[in-house]
Design a protein around this ligand. Structure first.
Ligand SMILES: C[S@@+](CC[C@H](N)C(=O)[O-])C[C@H]1O[C@@H](n2cnc3c(N)ncnc32)[C@H](O)[C@@H]1O
Length: 275
C-alpha cells in the first residue's frame, strides 16, 4: 500500500509535532515500510485512516513514533567517546568536583535518547573498568532516557540477544558484566545499581531532570530541524554543571546550531564544555 502525498504531509506534521523528527517528501518509502505492519495489525484501510485514529489515540500515536524513530545503536558505538570518557572527561569532572568541595563524590551522567540502553551500559562498563573496586567510593548515577516506550522497557530489562552483544561488546568482558539467560545475556547487578531509565521527550521541557556532569546526546538531533536542534542543545546547556562535558555523535556538530558551548579536542576526539 502506498502513502499519498497528502497522507505523508499530515503524518509528517504529526510526527514532527510529537517528537521533532523531520520527514520530508523523500521519506515516503520509510513511512510506508515502517507503518505498514501497524496499519495491518490494526486493520486500517489507509495511512489517512491511521492518522485520523492516531490524533485522538495517544497509545497509537506512541506506536507511530516508535515505528518511525530509528533505534539503531550498539555497545561501544564509535569507541572514541568512551575512551574520551575514561581518560579525559571523567577524571576532569572528578577533579573539578573535588576542587569545588561540593557534591562529595557524586557524578551524574545522562544518556539522552539512549535507545535500547547499550550506550548507558557501555558508560557503566567503562567506569567500572576505570575505577575497579573503588567505584563503590563514588555515587555514580547514569540516567538513560528515550521517547520510545519499548526502547525504555528493553533498557530497563537489560536483556540482550547474542546478536546485540556481538555488535560491539568486548568478548573478554562479557562474563564479567553479563550472565547467560537462555539464549540471551542479562546485565549483572553491578551495572544495574548505577543505571536508571525513564521516558523523556527531548522536544518537551526537561522538568525535574536536575543537573548533570556529563551528557551524551548522540545520533538523535540529526533527525531534527535546525530550530529544534538549537532549542534542544540550549536546553541541554541549562542541564549541564559548569565543569560538565557534552558528547554528541561523531557525524554531528554544534557549529551554526548554538554558541552556548566551546568545542574541545582530546586525541582527535571532540567534546563540548559550557562557555
Ligand atoms: C539512532 S538512536 C541513538 C541511540 C544512541 N544515542 C546511540 O548513539 O547509539 C536515536 C534514538 O532517539 C530517540 N528519539 C527520537 N526522537 C526523540 C525525542 N523527541 N525525544 C527522545 N528520544 C527521541 C529514538 O527513539 C531512538 O531511540
Amino acid at each position: 500500500m502506498k502513502v499519498t502525498p497528502e497522507e505523508l504531509q499530515r503524518l509528517a506534521r504529526f510526527v514532527h509535532d510529537k517528537c521533532g523528527i523531520v520527514l520530508d517528501s523523500s521519506k515516503a518509502y520509510l513511512v510506508e515500510s515502517r507503518l505498514l505492519p501497524l496499519l495491518r495489525e490494526k486493520n486500517f484501510t489507509s495511512f489517512g485512516d491511521l492518522y485520523n485514529q492516531a490524533v485522538r489515540n495517544p497509545e497509537l500515536a506512541n506506536r507511530i513514533i516508535d515505528a518511525i524513530s530509528t533505534n539503531e545503536t550498539s555497545f561501544f558505538r564509535d569507541q572514541r567517546p568512551f575512551e574520551l570518557l575514561k581518560f579525559k572527561i571523567f577524571p576532569d569532572v572528578l577533579d573539578a568536583i573535588s576542587r569545588s568541595g561540593a557534591g562529595g563524590k557524586s557524578v551524574s551522567i545522562w544518556s539522552a535518547a539512549c535507545s535500547t540502553g547499550q550506550e548507558v551500559y557501555t558508560i557503566a562498563v567503562t567506569l567500572h573498568e576505570l575505577l575497579g573496586g573503588s567505584i563503590t567510593q563514588y555515587r555514580i548515577k547514569i540516567t538513560g532516557t528515550d521517547i520510545s516506550d519499548t526502547a525504555i522497557m528493553q533498557s530497563s530489562r537489560g536483556l540482550y540477544s547474542q546478536f546485540e552483544i556481538g555488535r560491539g561488546f568486548p568478548q573478554n568482558l562479557l562474563k564479567k558484566y553479563f550472565m547467560p539467560d537462555g539464549l540471551s545475556w542479562r546485565v549483572k547487578d553491578e551495572l544495574r545499581a548505577i543505571t536508571f531509565f525513564r521516558k523523556i521527550n527531548l522536544m518537551e521541557p526537561f522538568g525535574t531532570m536536575g543537573k548533570f556532569d556529563i551528557i551524551f546526546c548522540r545520533n538523535v538531533a540529526i533527525y531534527f530541524s535546525l530550530p529544534n536542534r538549537k532549542s534542544l542543545f540550549e536546553r541541554i546547556a541549562a542541564q549541564l554543571n559548569p565543569h560538565g562535558a557534552l558528547i554528541i555523535g561523531s557525524t554531528e556538530s554544534l557549529f551554526g546550531v548554538t554558541d552556548r558551548f566551546v568545542r574541545r579536542e582530546y586525541h582527535n576526539s571532540v567534546f563540548y564544555s559550557l562557555k
